[in-house]
Design a protein around this ligand. Structure first.
Ligand code: UDP
Length: 239
């Protein structure tokens, strides 16, 4: 595991490195809690329009380069940053957890979180699953969920509520489990559960995962305009 290098894009921190899971586990062993942000162009553009989101992203302990747009931006700036999709960091971390380091699955549609957890249990029988909660709970159910997290003190809390809800959710509640590794993982549960597919390697290797996603979820086209907007905004950003 090399050192993490802190870079900046549109006023947001980005930590360049590799094997982030080892860095996270080391921090966990030291009793330090961590909020992980998986930064992509769409998120950076949202933060540009949403100062509270920007503040949350600026306060995260670790921001990894999840999206191709972020990597290309740094390439243009002459910095080599290796892309690390959030789902791959989550997978590498779960693979390395010890039986006394339980994980909590929070988010996605009813049934999907269970299925994702089940898949993981099959893949890694000694994985300790602290709990599972889908992402469509009511405000009345919230206090019970918060109590549950506080009682369980999971080592890792995967929050799949979509951007920016998951980022706010973590920032507002991380003090419930101050030593945990909290990660906003977007649509990862859908992929583990098999309700959505990741792009084939060819698309990923050619920075075209977004194109495959557009083909699978065409209604995202408007959201994807964030990519060219990001390129322009990031390269002309000052301050
Ligand atoms: N989701 C949720 N509760 C909500 C809204 C969304 O649990 O109120 C889940 C949704 O089911 C999906 C994930 O959040 O599993 C968001 O996935 P998406 O691929 O849209 O992630 P994004 O690109 O927004 O990070």
């Amino acid at each position: 595991m090399g050192e993490l290098q802190t870079l900046s894009v549109m006023g947001l921190p980005l930590h360049a490195g590799n094997h982030y899971e080892d860095w996270l586990l080391l921090r966990y062993q030291q009793g330090l809690g961590t909020h992980v942000v998986t930064l992509n162009a769409e998120m950076a553009m949202q933060a540009d329009q949403n100062p509270p989101l920007k503040a949350v992203l600026q306060q995260a302990d670790l921001a990894i380069p999840d999206g191709a747009g972020i990597v290309l931006y740094f390439r243009v700036k002459g910095k080599r940053v290796e892309r690390c999709p959030g789902i791959e960091l989550a997978e590498a971390l779960l693979q390395k957890l010890q039986p006394d380091q339980p994980v909590f699955f929070l988010g996605a549609a009813p049934g999907t979180a269970d299925q994702a957890a089940q898949k993981w249990q099959m893949k890694k029988p000694d994985l300790a699953i602290a709990g599972i909660q889908n992402g469509y709970f009511s405000t009345q159910e919230l206090p019970a969920l918060e109590n549950r997290l506080q009682q369980l003190q999971p080592a890792v809390i995967l929050v799949a509520l979509g951007v920016p809800r998951q980022e706010f959710w973590i920032a507002e509640r991380r003090s419930l489990c101050p030593h945990a590794i909290w990660i906003g993982v977007g649509g990862s549960f859908d992929i583990w559960a098999g309700t959505k597919e990741r792009a084939p390697a060819w698309f990923c290797n050619n920075h075209l995962e977004w194109l495959y996603r557009l083909y699978q979820e065409p209604w995202r086209w408007r959201r994807m305009l964030a990519l060219p907007q990001f390129a322009f905004r990031a390269l002309t950003y000052s301050g």
